[in-house]
Design a protein around this ligand. Structure first.
Ligand code: NAD
Ligand code: MG
Length: 398
């Protein structure tokens, strides 16, 4: 029987890759709902091609979308709006699978709604998990949601674990003979830049990733290595593992997507061309496998694979994320909020590249960390941290 999908963030890079995979399997999957924030023309095209039952946009985009529907003769699609609309489609009774691919903290409540409705949730929106951590995992357990990693590294780790195991630690000790998780990082576009050169890099240079084609925010995160920091936190929560068992390995070719080392000396790696269609297809069909447009890996072309340690002097964001995970509680949410504000400021040319980590560090040092006992408290702290980071950026500018 065909499964019904809701794509939160259908107009984004992950959303588009998801549609590409789904288009190969019309007998297996149908699109129930899609959501978009700003690229309304693209969203209308998606509606025309995939004929969802529901579409969600910000209220101020409804008129534009309706005009486009009229223009392209698109009919019988219900339009819902804003966060309430996102939550409504994420938990809708007719939805089997939710692709959580909104960027940033705004994706938290819709993703959590999907988890609480017991869906198969394909998690791309790492910020949502970084912010909510244990609360998201507890909700998944309580409501029997299947939370599957789409982030290529976490999907790779999942593939390198014995079938059915997501938890690899109990009472602080690794389970299943796992010794260490090796989280690979491409190193981003500035891997060879000196500190002096890093000071002067532009947003246009930062969003040009050498291996992956991604949205702007995650591309900047990859350039600062904050993306790897967020992924470190993501891995700790997804696999219930302490941060000291997660080692970051810079691997510039992005062919190995991560590895798991076992006590017997085995290291298992998942390899493939860097294309998000592979982890998306894996999470969609797991435990089965489905085809994707991704060509098989040609190791005679990719004959050299390099590995090195990350340089925390040039890329301090990774160190800050590890410290936030060690501190626990609200620290990861504070880190994430400050980073979102700092990245937006960098993209708007208000601060320099190296100031992104500076803003995050300053915010982490000044916004009060305490226990993350509820989503309300996390969201409140997220707002406090955003406000603090914004004010600090204004000071830096003046
Ligand atoms: P993107 O910028 O290309 O797309 C973001 C999507 O979120 C768009 O559909 C946009 O409409 C929607 N969105 C943005 N702001 C919104 C708001 N305020 N309210 C509602 N919707 C909003 O981003 P992306 O690269 O596709 O990344 C999406 C998520 O997947 C991120 O959390 C990212 O970290 C993660 N991820 C992406 C990749 C990748 O290769 N792109 C890989 C791993 C993980
Ligand atoms: Mg990743």
């Amino acid at each position: 029987m065909s499964q019904s999908i809701c794509i939160l963030g259908a107009t984004g890079s992950i959303g588009q890759s998801t549609l590409k995979v789904v288009a190969e399997h019309p007998e297996k999957y149908s699109i129930f709902a899609v959501t978009g924030h700003s690229r309304i023309h693209e969203l209308a095209q998606i509606c025309k091609q995939y004929q969802p039952k529901v579409v969600v946009v910000p209220s101020n985009q409804v008129d534009t979308l309706q005009q486009l529907f009229k223009l392209h003769q698109i009919e019988n699609i219900e339009i819902l709006t804003d966060e309430a609309g996102l939550i409504q489609v994420a938990e809708h009774a007719d939805v089997d699978i939710v692709m959580a691919a909104i960027i940033g903290g705004v994706g938290l409540l819709p993703t959590l709604a999907a988890v609480k409705a017991g869906k198969r949730v394909l998690l791309a929106n790492k910020e949502a998990l970084v912010m909510s951590g244990d609360l998201m995992l507890q909700a998944a357990k309580q409501h029997q949601a299947l939370l599957l990693p789409v982030d290529s590294e976490h999907n790779a780790i999942f593939q390198c674990l014995p079938q059915n195991y997501l938890q690899i630690e109990k009472n602080g000790e690794p389970l299943l003979g796992v010794q260490q998780v090796l989280l690979t990082a491409s190193g981003g576009p500035f891997i060879h830049h000196s500190l002096e050169q890093l000071k002067r890099v532009t947003p246009a240079q930062a969003v040009k990733h050498p291996n992956w084609s991604m949205g702007q925010k995650i591309s900047v995160d990859s350039a600062t290595l904050m993306n790897k920091g967020l992924e470190l936190i993501e891995a700790c929560h997804l696999f219930s593992i302490k941060e000291q068992f997660v080692t970051v390995v810079v691997h510039p070719q992005s062919i190995i997507h991560s590895m798991v080392q076992y006590v017997d000396g085995s290291t298992l790696a998942q390899m493939g061309n860097p294309d998000m269609c592979t982890p998306i297809a894996h999470a969609l069909a797991w435990p089965e496998r489905i085809t994707t447009p991704v060509p098989p890996l040609d190791l005679f072309v990719h004959s050299q694979l390099d590995f090195q340690e990350p340089d925390l002097m040039r890329f301090p964001a990774l160190k800050l994320a590890r410290q936030a995970m060690q501190a626990g509680s609200l620290a990861p949410a504070i880190l994430n909020a400050a980073n979102e504000i700092a990245v937006a400021a960098f993209l708007n040319e208000k601060i320099q590249f190296l100031q992104i980590a500076q803003v995050v560090e300053h915010t982490l040092n000044h916004v009060q960390n305490s226990s993350a006992e509820s989503i309300e408290k996390i969201l409140h702290t997220d707002q406090v941290a955003r406000h603090f980071a914004t004010e600090y950026i204004a000071q830096l500018e003046s």
